[in-house]
Design a protein around this ligand. Structure first.
Ligand code: PGA
Length: 260
């Protein structure tokens, strides 16, 4: 059961042309029109789609997020996207996704710089953390998520005065992303509880309880309830299934069924 308002975030990754994206976005918004009051829905399309989507999303109040930004605001970084280019078009930024860590060499230090940039511009960071399969086999899940959290949030202070930009934490075991494999939901719930304990240590209990902790990795309409019925899981980060509008709507509807 959710303590706070649940959130479902769609990560489209490097998929859809602008035109395909617009069709998908319109369809999702239409399908979600009746249930949008019970759950926050955020779409993270490719950055090229954001300004067009911004015009449409204001009608339906679907949130928008960018999948990545650079840690600098401007400069000689060919091909990169600055927060200044997207901040007027979205409210959220995904930071530290495992694909960025793996294919683009993002370290916790880079993740930390990016989060600071997101916060400077008053957007909400979605910090992704999670262990690889070998690390899990070595029983290192807690150690990994703890260090990714502590280093990702290093020197970032939160108090009651800036709770509007509290991060969202997405726990995504790397081996579960895009593989069709999912972790045991009970164990996932425990890991999310542990994440909240680390956040309590970093900040305090009140702040930690206001931070939404999501699960991500091969979520679909069949397995969604197993995760969202757990008390430590406040929502989902959905990749592949968010590209299928029917499937994504079923996932969001399932989440509303577990909302008090
Ligand atoms: P998936 O991706 O749902 O396709 O496993 C999740 C993610 O990468 O955030």
């Amino acid at each position: 059961m959710f303590i706070h308002r649940p959130i479902v975030i769609a990560n489209w990754k490097m998929n859809t042309s602008v035109e395909e994206g617009e069709r998908l976005f319109e369809r999702i918004q239409r399908d979600l029109v009746e249930i949008k009051n019970k759950v926050d829905v955020v779409i993270c399309p490719p950055a090229t789609h954001l300004s067009e989507f911004k015009v449409q999303s204001s009608k339906f109040k679907v949130g928008l997020g960018c999948q990545n930004i650079h840690w600098e605001e401007e400069g000689a970084y060919t091909g990169e996207i600055s927060i200044l280019m997207v901040k007027d078009c979205c409210q959220y930024v995904i930071v530290g996704h495992s694909e960025r860590r793996e294919y683009f060499g993002e370290t916790d230090e880079i993740v930390n710089k990016k989060i600071k940039q997101v916060l400077k511009h008053k957007l909400i960071p979605i910090l992704c953390i999670g262990e690889k399969l070998e690390q899990r086999k070595q029983n290192e899940t807690k150690k990994i998520v703890e260090s990714q959290l502590k280093e990702g949030l290093n020197n970032i202070q939160y108090s009651i005065s800036n709770i509007q930009s509290l991060p969202i934490i997405a726990y995504e075991p790397v081996w579960a992303i895009g593989t069709g494999q999912t972790p045991d939901p009970l164990e996932t719930n425990k890991t999310c509880k542990f994440i909240r304990e680390v956040l309590t240590e970093l900040y305090n209990e009140d702040i930690a309880h206001r931070i939404r902790i999501l699960y991500g990795g091969s979520v679909n309409s069949e397995n969604v309830a197993e995760f969202t019925s757990r008390e430590e899981i406040d929502g989902l980060l959905v990749g592949g299934a968010s590209l299928d509008p029917g499937e994504f709507t079923r996932i969001v509807k399932s989440v509303t069924e577990h909302t008090q």
